[in-house]
Design a protein around this ligand. Sequence first.
Ligand code: FDA
Length: 369
Amino acid sequence: MKKYDHLIVGAGFFGAISAFELTKKGYKCLVIEKRNHIAGNCYTENVEGINVHKYGAHIFHTNDQEIWDYVNALVEFNRYTNSPVAINNGKLYNLPFNMNTFYQIWGVKTPKEAADKIAEQTEQYKDITPKNLEEQALKLVGDDIYKLLIKEYTEKQWGVKATELPAFIIKRLPVRFTFDNNYFNDRFQGIPMGGYTKIFEKLLEGIEVQLETDFFENRAYFENIAENIIYTGPIDKFFNYEAGKLNYRSLRFENETLDMENFQGNAVVNYTSHEEAFTRIIEHKHFEFGTQEKTIITREYPQDWNENLEPYYPVNDEVNNTIYNAYKKKAEALENVIFGGRLAEYKYYDMHQIVGSALAKMKKIPAKN
Ligand code: FDA
């Protein structure tokens, strides 16, 4: 008999929920995490009394009552509503595209005026079959919105021209004919009061966790100490890159503590022109309505990925998806390993999707008898 029933690789949302659920079912779990902290990319660190989102801004949102109840049973959430603003050449615009944005761009005041303006802007593109992201966006919203709020922002994000990006990246561009700056359409959203890390402390309470422990540095040992493995790391690495390496887009975060109470008046401000190399400035205190004397801001710079950098966004183009599908097949053939989460499934997932998928996968495992 092995020492543990389940070895869980990674202490992010997928790993932590798996560990929590399996422990409730009577299994003995060991969680290993290569970083020096739990919580994966949702990790928040308290600096100057402010919870800093270390791996990018995280806003929890979901339409699913069960998932919302589940996370609220762990910690209390506040009423934060994501309403980002965009800056282009010194002018501010509300997001997502709504009546406020249309008023700011064109001075139109009624939904009919706005709809007529968009119809006029998209008229010349209505019969094209978009060959790239630029054409797709022009067909959906027309020239003005595309040039002010989409083109250069997207080019900074992906590091290539919009005409070289596939059309499928933008499937829809929601336009709202109401004065509603709420970015998400979901029924529920908020930020855990006291930061995300608290959720993970709750989930992992009483469970053995080894930090700064990389599965691959001692693979044979770890494969032998548990009957089963829940793996949330990169899937290509698990299979020794046999089918090729998967590509990602990365980010660089530049943090600054400022001796002032309020820098930009909003948690998220997007910079949509090439004038600035960063795409966003996050002012962390506003996620929790902070009133501290100082403030902490983070400039977010997209960058090409290499193995020394954090893999943030999968590049789900044809080449990478083919490689991933080869690994997926191999993964499905392994009986005692469950692959889950953004790295093991090579997919961008929001947090509520990870919570949902971890719960669904853990439900299938019967309680230990
Ligand atoms: P996650 O990356 O959190 O956890 C995996 C863990 O495994 C990591 O801690 C890693 O160190 C560890 N690991 C990997 N290899 C290992 C090894 N060999 N040995 C040991 N440990 C290993 N979602 C949302 O709902 N709202 C939002 O606002 C945002 N915002 C956002 C911003 C940015 C910039 C990004 C990139 C992503 C978001 N997200 C988001 C998505 C959110 O971050 C995501 O859904 C979850 O973090 C995914 O949880 P996982 O457990 O899959 O991965």
